[in-house]
Design a binder for this molecule. Structure first.
Ligand code: ATP
Length: 509
């Protein structure tokens, strides 16, 4: 686990995971490119999400709807009217902030300060820490007050109330400490562009800010063509775009990102049980891919959108604290009803058992693929002492990724750069490359080659050494434990098939 996000970004760049977009022009803020190893990691995460939902469930199907959609979609969805973030500028530092994050982060700092003080005081008195003692601390109480006022203003979209909150509570700018703020203004997060060449006829359209609306709009076609019965789900992976006010924290908040969303359509009245079911299933999926239980938690929303019945975030302990990784929302029939109203088309389901039609309710699971990459990279990143070939010790950087996520699954090295080693090594590479992502390297000392692939998260390294020439066995080294075993060449493929079995992983999910 790494707790310094800029070091992780530097590591990811150096090792071919992530690059700032348009680097040679000094980058474009909030946009990143995935390098050769990052793209593998990202594709694997997407694949495991897809297989766990679409392949394994009889009643979940996939969709790939277009990024550009009819502009009325975003009126119906409420995005034209309400997809705004409140922003504010500090007059002293000239820095711009999203007001909700500014206040939330200030509340977190207050809480941390209170916690430290209470712990110190109780330690001096020889008493253990209790949440009750913390709850009495004025800073802690103030943090809770701030959160309540913030939540009320946000759900009422009352920007004046936010301006007052900043003023009355004297929220300081993290940069300058100044409390001299401009009034809070709203800012629509959708990128817009023109469809068509002739200016007068051109239509303003948007880059989609979420993939979900494609699912709602295609609901009747999918229902008909895939012959589905409630409950059923439609899953989609795709790009989304938001003109975020402030982008930072590496790939946590991007302006171009990828979402993996599944809308599960259910009979009204059953949404509660399905919400609980998907909440647990999605947590289980994250854990099954190796995210530690202590790094994951639910955060239920206290203040809900007017159409929502329940909503929770799965939060992950990112290097900068617990933050949203995935959202699970019980959304009633809001979206389908709105699209029915705006399009004039029926978006209903005929329930044979009940002998009537109705608008299904929806439980949504929505995870950011880039945030997922960040979660895995930050948890997997490990620096630890490791023995050198010469009997000494050195610090190694290793990515302890789940084997199914490893960009390169196996690395093959001839111990010495000589024909008798190179030939069997190349032969093994040729045999394995159809089933696995294999790398072959003969340059540098064996120790350096091991380190290089440790940093890419390669779970197994195979060395063709002196003994191979005698008995056709190879050395297989485990990335995490550094443990080495000898394996007959003829057994290598079967061994790897077992280690990387997707079916086994899915069966145990
Ligand atoms: P946040 O509160 O962090 O802005 P959100 O509540 O607006 O997120 P949703 O609209 O619920 O997020 O989107 C679902 C998921 O999409 C989020 O859980 C997150 O993983 C991902 N996501 C949303 N915005 C971004 C972004 N700007 N960059 C990367 N991922 C994002």
């Amino acid at each position: 686990m790494i707790n310094d996000i800029s070091r992780l970004a530097a590591f990811a760049k150096e090792h071919g995971f992530l690059y700032p977009s348009s680097e040679i022009y000094d980058g474009l803020s909030g946009v990143y490119d995935y390098g050769p190893y990052g793209v593998e990691l990202k594709r694997r995460l997407a694949e495991l999400w897809w297989r766990a939902l679409v392949q394994v469930h009889e009643n979940i199907v996939g969709l790939d709807s277009a990024i550009l959609m009819h502009p009325r979609v975003w009126e119906a969805s409420g995005h034209v009217e309400a997809f705004h973030d409140p922003l504010v500028d500090n007059k002293t530092s000239k820095k711009r902030y999203r007001v909700d994050t500014l206040i939330e982060e200030y509340a977190q700092r207050l809480e941390q300060r209170a916690q430290k003080e209470v712990e110190k005081k109780l330690r001096k008195q020889g008493q253990p820490f209790t949440p009750d003692a913390l709850a009495e601390h004025p800073d802690y109480q103030r943090a809770q007050r701030l959160r309540t006022r913030l939540a009320q203003a946000m759900s009422a979209r009352d920007w004046e109330a936010l301006t007052r909150l900043l003023e009355e509570e004297k929220i300081p700018c993290p940069e300058s400490g100044s409390t001299d703020w401009t009034p809070v203004r709203q800012f629509n997060l959708m990128f817009s562009t023109q469809l068509g060449a002739v200016a007068e006829e051109a239509q303003q359209i948007y880059l989609r800010p979420e993939t979900a609306q494609g699912i709602f709009v295609d609901f009747p076609l999918v229902l008909k063509t895939a012959r589905l019965k409630l409950p059923f789900g439609i899953a989609q992976i795709g790009k989304a775009f938001r003109n975020e006010i402030v982008v930072r924290q590496f790939i946590f908040r991007l302006r171009e990102f990828e979402q993996m969303e599944m809308q599960f359509f259910v009979q009204p009245g059953t949404e509660g049980e399905w919400y609980d079911y998907w909440r647990q299933q999605r947590l289980r999926w994250h854990q099954h891919l190796g995210l530690h239980p202590q790094n994951l938690r639910f955060k239920d929303h206290e203040h809900l959108a007017h159409y929502a019945k329940a909503a929770t975030d799965i939060e992950f302990a990112f290097p900068f604290g617990f933050k949203e990784l995935e959202g699970i929302h019980s959304r009633t029939d809001y979206d389908l009803s709105r699209h029915a109203e705006f399009s004039g088309k029926k978006l209903e389901y005929y329930d044979e058992a009940l002998g009537k039609s109705y608008t299904p309710y929806v439980v949504e699971t929505s995870v950011g693929l880039d945030r997922l990459v960040l979660a895995h990279l930050s948890q997997a990143y490990t620096e630890e002492p490791a023995p050198t070939a010469e009997g000494g010790e050195e610090l190694r950087t290793v990515l302890k990724l789940h084997p199914l996520l490893a960009p390169i699954q196996v690395a093959i090295f001839p111990l010495v750069r000589k024909d008798e080693f190179i030939q069997p090594a190349r032969k093994l590479y040729e045999a394995l490359r159809f089933s696995f992502m294999v790398a072959y390297e003969e340059k540098d000392t064996i120790g350096r080659r091991y380190r290089r692939y440790d940093a890419k998260g390669t779970p197994f390294a195979i060395t063709i050494d002196g003994q191979t020439l005698q008995d056709h066995t190879v050395t297989l080294r485990y990335r995490d434990t550094l443990h080495q075993i000898r394996l007959p060449i003829a057994r290598v493929e079967a061994f790897l098939q077992e280690q990387f079995s997707l079916a086994e992983w899915l069966r145990k999910l």
